[in-house]
Design a binder for this molecule. Structure first.
Ligand code: ATP
Ligand code: MG
Length: 267
């Protein structure tokens, strides 16, 4: 078994996290032979559409169902809840040729179901350990950092556009990840749709704040069009500028070759 790597893609709302996650997973699927789990960790669940995947049930739906059964007593106290939850989650996994897909969704209900949440965490950790790459498309908010959904992340990717707010969100995410001890090995920033007249300023701003700019994704009309039409990124032509840019970023980061990937992780 090769090294397992967990990526998460964070950033301010609307900067292009889902697009970047989808493009990156296409690059991994086409340019590496690694097994991959793609996780939509955003309750809004945009990633399935962008990847062209139908989700039978989200982890949230499954957990909500279990919580209800616990509350109304239909689940016998003796039932092995972890096994039931795990079985249902494994069943909800969409298995594709090139990657498997899991949508976290949203859990309903109030109150603290720490028990179910703890089970979920364990199950997801176990699931993710079966894949060489796990890629998490995160929500725009920062709550997931305090919930530590991405506590096992190796490579934290922060996407920014040219807005000041996106830049400040990047700094905040970096600080927050450290505060809550997310033990990432590498943090990289990807600039999306940065206008030419700002490229230098953005690069400099990141450098001054100790952030590493892994590369830029240009505005790509075809990406916007496919999104509007509800079509997956797999329909983008191979020479699409956004796809090419993400391929170059993955290459630059050493993610497409075994040896350089290990070097990136300092191993
Ligand atoms: N490089 C690009 N070229 C053209 N359109 C893009 C590009 N990047 C993102 N978009 C478009 O911008 C919109 C927002 O992108 P996306 O959904 O990836 O952002 P997000 O950060 O995931 O948003 P949210 O915070 O809502 O999850 C989408 O319509 C997407 O198609
Ligand atoms: Mg998104």
């Amino acid at each position: 078994m090769r090294e397992r790597l967990v990526f998460s893609v964070s950033g301010k709302g609307g900067v292009g996290k889902t697009t970047t996650s989808a493009l990156l997973s296409r690059v991994f699927a086409e340019k590496t032979a690694r097994s991959m789990l793609l996780v939509d960790a955003d309750p809004v669940m945009n990633l399935p559409r962008v990847m062209g995947v139908e989700i039978p049930a989200s982890v949230g739906d499954i957990a909500t169902q279990m919580r209800k059964s616990i509350d109304d007593g239909t689940l016998p106290a003796s039932a092995a809840k972890q096994d039931i939850l795990e079985g249902d989650i494994f069943e909800s996994l969409v298995e594709g040729d090139r990657y498997d897909f899991l949508a976290m969704g949203r859990t309903e209900g109030e109150g603290c179901y720490c028990y179910v949440n703890r089970l979920l965490t364990q199950i997801l950790d176990r699931l993710s350990s079966n894949y060489e790459i796990t890629l998490l498309d995160m929500s725009a908010g920062l709550e997931h950092f305090s919930r530590r959904t991405n506590r096992n992340v190796d490579i934290l990717i922060i996407v920014i556009d040219s807005s000041r707010a996106a830049f400040e969100a990047a700094l905040r995410i970096r600080d927050l990840a450290k505060e809550v001890h997310i033990d990432f090995k590498k943090l990289v920033v990807i600039g999306n749709r940065i206008p030419d007249n700002l490229v230098d300023a953005v690069s400099q701003g990141l450098e001054e704040n100790g952030l590493y700019l892994a590369g830029m994704i240009p505005n790509d009309d075809e990406v916007a069009k496919l999104n509007y039409l509800g079509k997956p990124v797999f329909e983008l032509p191979d020479d699409s500028p956004a796809l090419k840019a993400v391929e170059a970023i993955a290459e630059n980061l050493g993610l497409l070759s075994e040896a350089t990937m290990l070097k990136l992780l300092g191993q």
